[in-house]
Design a binder for this molecule. Structure first.
Ligand SMILES: [Zn+2]
Length: 91
């Protein structure tokens, strides 16, 4: 059974054969899809007290949500992009 997947690339939608895709390829495709469809950015100062804080991934602009009381440093990358970086898959 082959699995076809429709992806959005810079050149427009492309149908690819997902059955032969490696984890790296599918992760990079997911990244391209996140980049092509960034979420609307939220201004934290417009939120009521106690709201979670919204930050944005430096690579894909994906949303990173932290509780208002977060004590760690704000991550620069979302979970998916951090994974790509850890794996050395980013250019
Ligand atoms: Zn990201």
């Amino acid at each position: 059974m082959t699995e076809k997947k429709l992806i959005t690339s810079d050149g427009g939608p492309v149908i690819i054969d997902a059955t032969t895709m490696t984890e790296k390829e599918s992760a990079l495709i997911a990244l391209a899809e996140r980049k092509s469809n960034p979420p609307e950015q939220i201004d934290n100062s417009s939120l009521y007290a106690g709201s979670p804080m919204f930050f944005y991934c430096k690579i894909c602009e994906g949303t990173i949500v932290l509780p208002e009381s977060f004590t760690c440093a704000v991550p620069k990358l979302c979970v998916e992009c951090n994974f790509l970086k850890e794996m050395g898959w980013l250019d």
